[in-house]
Design a protein around this ligand. Sequence first.
Ligand SMILES: [Zn+2]
Length: 428
Amino acid sequence: MILSPTPPKAPRSLLTRSISVRAYRSLSFPISTADRRLDWLMHEFRLIVNKSIRVALTTGVQSRSRLARAAYADLSRDHAIYKQYIPSAFEVALGVLKAHRRRLRKGKRSSIPYMRRLMLKAENQSYRLDRETGRLRIPIRGTEGLQVQLPLSKWHRSILSDLSWGLGSLTVVPGQVIVVVRKETPKAYEPEAAIALDTNEDSLDGVMAAGDSARPVALPFGGVRQVQMIHFRRRRRLARKKAHDRRVQRILLDREGRRERNRVRQRLHWVSKWLVRAAKDRRAAIVLEDLTLHGAGGRSRRMNRRLSSWPRREIHRQIEYKAALEGVPIIKVNPALTSKTCPACGARRRDRVGKEFVCLMCDWEMDRQINAGLNILKTALASNEALARAVRFQPGALRDDVVSPLYDPLREGAGAREEPSGVELGVR
Ligand SMILES: [Zn+2]
């Protein structure tokens, strides 16, 4: 989704318990309306945004209230439009300018900003949505408005009928309406157990621990790697076949990319849902690597690969928002050296670690991925007192255990559509 309004990014500290978190979700609806007035509204809105950008640039203002003082009277006089759209346009304009300034700061080229895309944005007090029927009223001016019928899917209905989701802003672009809904998330519980997981290409692996007991666990993604491989081959074939027509090639490759992402995302939804449920049942905290932290002294090849891997980031994003909605605490730890350290004696290996981690200092041996999960748990226990009260770490107890799957993609019926759009978290 390109145009979903961006709530403030959740800082790392969101994962400590005291902060109240708001979850956002974008509901998107395809629309086809012959009403020319909607077109007119979007053109007017874009014009107001672009005029506001110019005013802000020439006067140097960066806040909404100052921009209103500088531009509202003129815009209100020149545009016979529902007045509440003007402050919404200010917000969009300031957002465009902010991105422009950020590009300049980073030394990138940025021409004078201008919004090309047709759009209309309204705050929740401006529009009316019947949450049962999907009838949407968009004001034009004064008491004049237009009606749009939103096609509600079963999933849309499940969200809209849940009144704990409040309505946020509305965005209209050609052919599409996007409604943002938001919800306060419950306070996370005090953990009585931990599920610590290392994030790999096709699975999450690690350990489930409570009190003195622990067992190695694995959560396979259900063939995400195969999906990626199939699409990789398909893309290569397409690129060869359409090499003579770059435009068609681009379109087809983009479509392939979208299909791949959707297929992967669906599989990951099953995994994240299952993990959060398992954690909640055991009142466990979920411990993951912080993929935004880079190890000191430059990134390793492994870290670089991880940061660039979309499924890893996507599975973390899903786990985090689902956990927030369920009140499951998430703890993120610095992933540096998790794959190279011996959890039993703390010795580090400097060389490449194979499929098995073998310690050179003591006689510790463990599957590399499970081993990384153990180190992740160990790091979390060292920094989180509440968790350390609930879980005592004894790597020795794990030695001979067999890895048990935390989730079986075949049994859970992976592949069925779960949730069509994402959620973002913000902190108040
Ligand atoms: Zn060792």
